[in-house]
Design a protein around this ligand. Structure first.
Ligand SMILES: [Zn+2]
Length: 268
């Protein structure tokens, strides 16, 4: 599933469409996670002001509203020459003169929606947690938001109402970097833990963005390049292998129906 780094890599790849005028819209399959609304068909004539990201949502700023795009489980967005033949899973095109933005989504859990006015008030965005790559997310903030949460820190990190975009891979990776056991209760984190963990989250996400996002099935950046982060993970998907830091064996267990990987020596 595309996580924050993949979405951010996509956003950067889409920066090239800013300033372009929407010349048309093609919806070949409206049955995505939610039906593609008819409003989307009336976007022609608007100018794309910028592409923003909120959590894993991409927001195409059209001045009087935002086209909300989500990659779901298997989606990818690419900028292509217009007239490129559409494949079976190419459900949506935003035509932009001599370019077009195309959504490919084999599993159709992605989304194409329209938010008039302030996108932050949209029901999908209104309850999202803090953005981990902003300056306002730091050790002090993490300490503050973890008080009174008895849930395991790994699961807390993956709760988008608290912090957005720290999915399964990056939660395991960041906890390893910070030397924190994934089972530790969020409320038991010390100010020092929170300082190390907030830094580790940023480091992990930035490293993945630099590497072009994880290599996941069907994920390709806007230029068609596949990501390569996954081959370099510290603990994720390394159960039974030697810790890169201390040579102990990495352990895997299931937490909230997701695999968690950690080093029992480095993460007390
Ligand atoms: Zn270790």
């Amino acid at each position: 599933m595309p996580e924050l780094p993949e979405v951010e890599v996509t956003r950067r790849g889409l920066a090239q469409i800013a300033g372009r005028v929407i010349s048309g819209v093609a919806v070949r399959e409206p049955r995505l996670r939610w039906p593609v609304p008819r409003d989307v068909l009336a976007l022609a004539g608007r100018t794309v002001k910028a592409i923003h990201r909120r959590g894993k949502y991409l927001l195409v700023d059209c001045g009087d509203g935002h086209l909300i795009l989500h990659l779901g489980m298997s989606g990818s967005l690419r900028v292509l020459p217009p007239g490129t033949p559409a494949g079976k899973h190419d459900h949506f095109d935003l035509l932009l003169g001599d370019r077009m933005l195309r959504l490919r989504d084999p599993r159709r859990f992605g989304a194409v929606l329209w938010a008039p006015g302030d996108a932050a008030a949209h029901p999908l965005l209104a309850h999202l947690g803090i953005e981990p790559l902003t300056a306002s997310f730091n050790g002090k903030k993490l300490y503050e938001i973890t008080r009174n949460h008895r849930t395991a820190i790994k699961q807390f990190l993956m709760d988008g109402r608290r912090i957005v975009g720290v999915g399964n891979i990056y939660a395991s990776e960041a906890l390893f970097r910070a030397g924190i056991n994934p089972r530790k209760r969020a409320s038991r984190l010390t100010p020092g833990d929170c300082e190390r963990l907030s830094t580790a989250i940023k480091t992990t996400l930035r490293a993945a963005i630099r590497a072009g996002g994880s290599t996941l099935e069907n994920f390709v950046a806007a230029d068609g390049a596949a990501g390569e982060y996954q081959v370099r993970t510290l603990v994720y998907d390394r159960g039974g292998k030697k810790c890169r830091r201390c040579r102990s064996l990495i352990r895997r267990f299931v937490q909230g129906q997701r695999s968690t990987y950690y080093c029992p020596s480095c993460q007390k």
